[in-house]
Design a protein around this ligand. Structure first.
Ligand SMILES: [Mn+2]
Length: 386
């Protein structure tokens, strides 16, 4: 069985209010071309079809037309499209019935009562167990294994079995996800690989944007990653994965096919941070005819000039590139000058150290007499509290 593994299309995503329809269309055309050349048996879109749960009608039309083109290119191919955390699970299933006429399976929600809804037989080729967005909390205990067992009963011919999921698997690499979401993608919502049970030959994952194999000991668990970068931190190559499995129990072979982006996301300088003056110089020197999105990494002593954004915008006005943002970082303050404490640091301090800091700030000599007075008072307070 030959499977084209894709995920996280994020159609409708805008970057700093810039419309990305053009590059999303170019990406979809590449999908059609890959299907034309590779003729897969199965086409997987493992969640985050859209960037928002209520995409505009133009964005929905873009997906519908693309799916139709992909289908027409190779009508025998089964297309399986699951919902991710960015999608609305119920809206994802609105056109489930008409889609079936075009060999497209739209799976948006977990069907506890009808597990069969998650199993798609690709006649003579294999099975797909399609699971949309799930976390440890919304997943019935042992559900993945239950699905695998259902397939096992039917798979007397020993055909390949592929499972999909849109989730964070513990131990994967989060490069490209910003800090705010790291806590969620990497923390409580992470799923243990063991939860996925056994029985699949390949686990096609979506959700994490950096394409990678997840350590399973078998080289058969993979995030294919985003076909287009969703953030400036996704500095890796973007691709889809072509997977081939001979028969059930056989190790899959995986080939990456790169997706080209006509509007690359560029950070200046390409390495590290620079001063505001030099950053402006880099913008001036940036070629006129490259339709890139630009982010500036600037190191400042105190604050950026108020007019910095407008100035950067002006410097790119005559060029094809689109200025997005300034990522400003303050110069590291020397230890001796550092007087500000974070909440965590503050909580870790002993009361006497905080008192010493306070005294220093006021220019008072916190001598041994003062220290013993402080300790006495502290003891008194403690006994009063008890
Ligand atoms: Mn995503």
């Amino acid at each position: 069985m030959k499977i084209l593994h894709t995920s996280d299309w994020h159609l409708g995503h805008t970057l700093y209010n810039y419309d990305r329809t053009e590059e999303q269309m170019v990406m979809l055309l590449q999908m059609v071309q890959i299907v034309k050349e590779q003729k897969p048996d199965v086409f997987l879109l493992c969640g985050d079809v859209y960037h928002t749960p209520q995409p505009s009608s133009a964005v929905q039309t873009m997906l519908t037309n693309a799916l139709l083109d992909i289908h027409k290119t190779h009508p025998e191919m089964v297309i399986v499209m699951t919902a991710g955390n960015h999608d609305s699970g119920s809206r994802h299933e609105i056109f489930q019935q008409p889609w079936r006429e075009l060999n497209v399976y739209a799976i948006g929600q977990i069907e506890r009562e009808n597990p069969d809804e998650h199993i798609i037989e690709v006649p003579g080729k294999g099975y797909v167990i399609a699971v949309p967005y799930c976390t440890e909390r919304n997943m019935p205990e042992g559900f993945f294994q239950q699905l695998s067992d259902l397939v096992k009963e039917r798979n007397s011919a020993g055909l390949p079995v592929v499972m999909t999921a849109h989730t964070t698997v513990r131990g994967c690499d989060f490069t490209g996800h910003d800090h705010a979401t790291d806590a969620i993608v990497g923390g409580i919502d992470a799923t243990d690989l063991a939860q996925m049970g056994d029985g699949y030959d390949y686990l096609a994952l979506g959700h994490i944007h950096h394409g990678q194999f997840v350590h399973s000991g078998k080289h058969n668990v993979r995030y294919c990653g985003t076909p287009l970068p969703v953030s400036f931190d996704e500095t890796f190559t973007h691709s889809v994965s072509m997977v081939e499995i001979g028969s059930h129990g056989e190790k899959p072979t995986v080939t990456e096919i790169e997706i080209e982006n006509p509007h690359p996301l560029v950070t200046l300088p390409t390495d590290g941070f620079t001063t505001w003056e030099e950053a402006k110089e880099l913008l001036v020197k940036f070629p006129e005819n490259i339709p890139a999105y630009i982010r500036l990494n600037v190191e400042v002593d105190d604050f950026l000039p108020l007019e910095a954004q407008a100035e950067a915008q002006l410097l790119t006005d005559e060029k094809q590139c689109r200025f997005c943002c300034i990522n400003a970082r303050r110069k590291a303050v020397k230890q001796a000058e550092a007087k500000m404490l974070s909440v965590q640091e503050f909580q870790a301090e002993e009361p006497i150290d905080i008192a010493r800091r306070y005294a220093e700030d006021l220019g008072i000599d916190f001598d041994s007499e003062m220290q013993s007075m402080f300790n006495e008072t502290l003891e008194q307070l403690k006994t009063e509290e008890l």
